[in-house]
Design a protein around this ligand. Structure first.
Ligand code: AMP
Length: 286
């Protein structure tokens, strides 16, 4: 595995592969790699001749009171996992090379970035789109892989890629879960044993709401109430940012369920913020 730390060298390496008509798959991450990340790597390896991963804990997507300083950093273990998965390139830039003195350009997808999580994490998606635009310009992959776990992020990034005519196909891969349904996340390591056990309430609530829609529930408010009640019954949930049913393209709440919807939750367990979602296609045989 080639480890590249300098953006210019990453760009030249990528150009070399593209000139030889090799497709380049790219998996951007913030490290502390788990099976969710590795599933994206495997998908990229299946679909491309060369796979590059990046690890960069991007300071600009964390709010001032968020966990940038304490975000898990596990470089040695991560590199071992990437080698084991036979990843060709690891792009590992330093903050000072990504945001050198005088850096002044922001990329913002208006509208979509303010919905859902955007409401509770102002500036978060601007940080994400700015760094992803930079990474895609540096790595210039044929395809870039993102997890459905961060559903809003996939919608915002697809919009950005389209609006900026980026020459990269955005591929969204399914959420990988623990044996009991909890969506894998680097932030799960913040949870105590008790919290970890209770955190399955997110997945259980999503499953129950999905079943209700499949059984014929069409009222968005009824589904929202159901999700919120299920979460409220868990004493270790200390706050619900949102738990509702949304239209996947616009990220607006759905009043009436008339087609595919996304059930999505952002809830707090003490100082840890957990998110999860599920796409549901209602059946219309009722
Ligand atoms: P992160 O390191 O949290 O920025 O995540 C890097 C990429 O991995 C993003 O595209 C995430 O959506 C994706 N990812 C994180 N957790 C999971 C998961 N449980 N299943 C699938 N993809 C995931």
């Amino acid at each position: 595995m080639e480890v590249i730390r300098i953006p210019r060298i990453m760009q030249d390496t990528s150009r070399g592969h593209l000139l030889h008509s090799r497709t380049l798959g790219f998996v951007p991450t913030m490290g502390a790699l788990h099976e969710g990340h590795m599933s994206l790597m495997r998908m990229s390896k299946e679909e491309n001749s060369v796979t590059a991963a990046s690890i960069f804990v991007n300071p600009t997507q964390f709010g001032p009171s968020e966990d940038f300083a304490s975000y898990p950093r596990k470089m040695e273990a991560d590199i071992a996992k990437l080698r084991e998965a036979d990843i060709d390139i690891l792009f590992l830039p330093d903050v000072s090379l990504m945001y050198p003195e005088g850096f002044a350009t922001l990329v913002e997808v208006t509208g979509l970035s303010e919905k859902m999580c955007g409401h509770f994490r102002p500036g978060h998606f601007r940080g994400v789109t700015t760094v992803v635009a930079k990474l895609l310009t540096i790595v210039r992959p044929s395809r870039a892989y993102f997890g459905q776990k961060d559903f809003q992020q996939t919608v915002v990034i697809k919009r950005m890629a389209k609006d900026l005519n980026l020459d990269t196909e955005i591929v969204v891969c399914p959420t990988i879960r623990e044996y009991d349904g909890l969506a894998m996340s680097s932030r799960n390591t913040y949870l105590s044993g008790e919290q970890r056990a209770a955190a399955t309430v997110l997945y259980r609530s999503l499953c129950r709401a999905s079943d209700a829609i499949k059984a014929g529930t069409r009222s968005g408010a009824a589904v929202r109430d159901m999700l919120q009640q299920d979460l409220s019954r868990e004493p270790l949930i200390t706050g619900i940012d949102y738990a509702s049913v949304f239209i996947p393209e616009t990220l607006d709440e759905a009043d009436e369920i008339t087609g595919e919807v996304v059930l999505a939750i952002a809830a707090r367990m003490g100082s840890t913020r957990l998110i999860d979602n599920m796409l549901v296609v209602p059946s219309f045989s009722h």
